[in-house]
Design a protein around this ligand. Structure first.
Ligand SMILES: Nc1ncnc2c1ncn2[C@@H]1O[C@H](COP(=O)(O)OP(=O)(O)OP(=O)(O)O)[C@@H](O)[C@H]1O
Ligand SMILES: [Mg+2]
Length: 405
């Protein structure tokens, strides 16, 4: 089993997928723009070979180089779990006539308007929206959709350049911020809690399902610095209020033609209990979500993803044992981190429920909280009981402070 894995070392957690592939017996051919000499030690042992390309986002160039590199060698799969490369992987599969999702199918998981068009046609509840290119089109779309609305790039990630707009004056401001974005989505604002629906699919059917609740909504977390954003995987997926979201999610996978691999969907649970689609991608959620799901069931989804992708079966027990909360911390002040307060007592309070403690230590430069979801590090804590999990997560949010100056 020979697998081309696009970007095996960036972002960091991609190396864990390289590890998973090697562990199920695949020979991994990595392709990335990291120089071979700078490949981290935790990736190298898992790669059978590696091709460094000058620009990983230059699809035509990468396709030519990879084709030359592999000439004469048989390849069975082209895989990636990094969002910007899912189309490139599909193009390579198509060029080489290989199994896996087609370019057209993958586009349905990448283009935020196309996915909604396809789902709307199938009768699923998606926000009213329009694809817009010019200021003129934005104003016309706003007229039709009404306020409040959301304006965001079609191929966005990390809530970057996403704006809530409440009136015409704010619309003009958002238009000026979005200059330089070639294509945007103008969308009905949906009120409600925001959750994920994550799966690992085998021939389009989930062999593992996950729902995590965002606290608060990512857009809010993105706008207010003092917030410690969290996401909590929900152990008990039989909870009645989650059923509309689970049903919606499963239908979305059918309509969009999912085959093998991870999906990461975001949806809204409105105050009336209705599930409204947000967006979906055919890769796992970032910011530690795969680890969060692993801790939820005590399984290794890096390896199971590899097994599904290479051998068409899933070998883990996805029984959900815990709610797992991840809490991201942002330092107070700018510059170098000088001290952390409250960590010791929080760790003592939570004891063995803490599964990860990855706060940046004094001496490190604090990160830009608007650019990275993980910010100045995170904590992960788990418990079978929901209220207990929430209590420990809230304590991490309020009682632990990182200071920088
Ligand atoms: N129609 C909407 N109604 C209400 N809130 C929305 C809507 N669309 C987006 N948002 C808010 O903006 C956030 C970012 O939007 P979206 O998830 O579409 O973009 P993204 O940049 O791909 O995000 P990410 O990569 O972080 O998941 C959402 O998580 C949500 O909080
Ligand atoms: Mg999103």
């Amino acid at each position: 089993m020979r697998v081309v894995l696009l970007s095996p070392s960036y972002p960091n957690e991609m190396s864990k997928f390289a590890r998973g592939l090697a562990e199920v017996g695949a020979a991994v051919y990595g392709v990335g723009d990291t120089p071979r000499s700078e490949l981290p030690d935790h990736v190298k042992p898992y790669l059978a070979d590696y091709l460094q390309v000058p620009r990983i986002m230059d699809e035509a160039d990468v396709m030519d180089r990879v084709s030359d590199w592999l000439r004469g060698r048989h390849v069975d799969r082209v895989l990636t779990n990094w969002e910007p490369l899912v189309m490139l992987a599909a193009r390579l599969r198509e060029r080489w006539g290989m199994p896996g999702m087609s370019v057209d199918t993958v586009r349905g998981f990448r283009d935020k308007e196309l996915m909604k068009e396809r789902l709307r046609k199938a009768g699923l509840r998606v926000p009213r929206s329009r694809r817009v290119h010019t200021a003129h089109e934005v104003r016309a779309a706003a007229e039709e959709i009404g306020y409040p609305l959301i304006l965001k790039p079609i191929a966005g990630a990390g809530s970057a350049d996403t704006y809530r707009v409440d009136d015409a004056a704010e619309l003009e401001r958002a238009i000026s911020f979005l200059r330089g974005v070639p294509e945007a989505s103008c969308e009905e604002y949906v009120d409600g809690e925001e959750m994920t629906f994550d799966t690992l699919c085998l021939r389009g059917r989930p062999v593992m399902e996950n729902v995590s609740l965002y606290l608060p909504k990512p857009l809010e977390a993105r706008q207010t610095e003092w917030i410690s954003p969290m996401a909590i995987s929900i152990r008990d997926l039989t909870t009645p209020r989650l059923q509309p979201g689970l049903e919606l999610g499963r239908r979305v996978l059918e309509v969009l033609g999912m085959q093998d691999g991870f999906t990461h969907m975001e949806w809204f649970l409105t105050p009336k209990g209705e599930a409204v689609f947000g967006e979906i991608a055919c890769r796992p959620g970032g910011a530690g979500l795969v680890d969060q799901m692993n801790y939820t069931s005590d399984i290794d989804l890096y390896r199971e993803w590899a097994r599904v992708s290479c051998w068409g079966h899933f070998d883990a027990d996805p029984t959900r044992k815990y709610n797992v909360a991840v809490v991201f911390k942002r330092a107070k002040g700018w510059g170098t981190i000088t001290r952390i307060e409250g960590l010791g007592s929080w760790l003592r309070m939570c004891g063995p429920c803490v599964v990860e403690e990855r706060l940046l230590r004094p001496g490190n430069t604090r990160r830009d909280w608007q650019k990275t979801q993980t910010a100045d590090g995170f904590l992960m804590v788990r418990h079978p009981d929901w209220d207990e999990t929430l209590r420990m997560a809230r304590a991490a949010a309020t009682d632990i402070q990182i200071y920088a100056q």
